[in-house]
Ligand binder design. Structure first.
Ligand code: GLN
Length: 309
């Protein structure tokens, strides 16, 4: 139910605003689709209404925020290059609508595939130690950010308990909220800390069936070259992987074997060009087997997957 005090705008006013906002987007090289996506997320409009302009005659279109705020936010999109997901406060990711704020990295579409790769690994008959089921027990998502990976794993692996670790309190807050809102509050345990640190009770127990991480992997010197949306607005702590981008990945590869059970899975996201170095790190560590690299839909080598031997 909408009350007269709730934010709303007339169809005509919104139509006029949308024309101007589109023109501003075109002039600034911001994809115009983002404008409609923002409108869909703040109103009850659907794609067809936007396409046919059929909302133009409506007396009142309820909004989930004041119209003046929406106007200001579109300016922030155009002038300050704020990612549209931060303006909307949500992003679609797999089946979820995840809350996001500037305190967390916006989960990327390419990361969605980590969930499928992990699931496939649990179903594989050629994995090492196949007598140890991977679709139950404890899994970890290290550097969970918005909680995306932990949530995705919780959804496809209903008998697994997730341990989601995050160093940033602000991000952890969002991840917790996302888990509660999506009904996974009892499946995911959250910990504040750096990588394995808060999981020390598990150290040496070789108990984790899987460890998945999308760690910061961008070489520090490249951070400034990223799109302004990323470089100026997303948390550097989620991006900066040190001089060669591999600082966190090295730590994860070196430390994971004392946590993983024999046959346990390690799945890491990476950026283009890092596959050879990461393969070598996994090989040299000596505790991994069936090391494989997977490319994303853009053909970029994106994930390294290995099992604890
Ligand atoms: N994939 C992100 C990007 O393109 C980087 C995320 C990360 O460092 N893990 O900016």
């Amino acid at each position: 139910m909408t009350r007269s005090s709730d934010p709303a705008v007339s169809g005509l006013e919104l139509w006029q605003w949308r024309q101007e906002a589109r023109a501003a987007a075109l002039a600034a090289n911001v994809p115009v689709e983002e404008l409609d996506w923002l409108l869909l997320s703040v109103s009850d409009l659907d794609k067809l209404a936007l396409r046919l302009d059929s909302y133009k005659g409506r007396l009142q279109i309820p909004l989930n925020r004041p119209f003046a705020q929406l106007t200001q936010q579109w300016q922030q999109r155009i002038q300050d290059r704020v990612p549209v997901q931060y303006l909307a406060g949500v992003t679609p990711w797999r089946n979820f609508s995840l809350g996001v704020s500037p305190g967390v990295l916006i989960p990327r579409p390419e990361t969605e595939w980590a969930i499928d790769l992990a699931l496939k690994a649990t179903q594989s008959e050629s994995r090492p130690h196949p007598q140890t089921p991977l679709n139950q027990g404890d899994w970890a998502d290290l550097g969970t950010g918005s909680g995306a990976i932990a949530l995705g794993l919780a959804e496809v692996l209903p008998n697994v308990t997730l341990h989601a670790v995050e160093r940033s309190e602000a991000a952890l807050e969002i991840a917790r909220e996302n888990a509660l809102n999506l009904g996974y509050g009892d499946r995911i345990q959250f910990y504040c800390g750096s990588w394995f640190e808060p999981l020390h009770p598990f150290q040496g127990l070789n108990q984790l069936r899987g460890i998945v991480s999308n760690p910061p992997y961008i070489p520090t010197a490249m951070l400034g070259e990223l799109e302004p949306e990323v470089a100026n607005h997303e948390p550097a702590i989620a991006l900066d992987g040190g001089p060669d981008g591999l600082d966190c990945i090295r730590h994860l590869i070196a430390t994971a074997p004392t946590y993983l059970c024999p046959g346990g899975l390690l799945l890491l996201e990476m950026m283009a060009g890092q596959a050879p170095a990461i393969t070598e790190l996994l090989q040299d560590q000596g505790s991994y087997t069936q090391i494989e690299i997977f490319s994303d839909l853009a053909g970029i080598e994106r994930f390294a997957r290995a099992y604890r031997s």
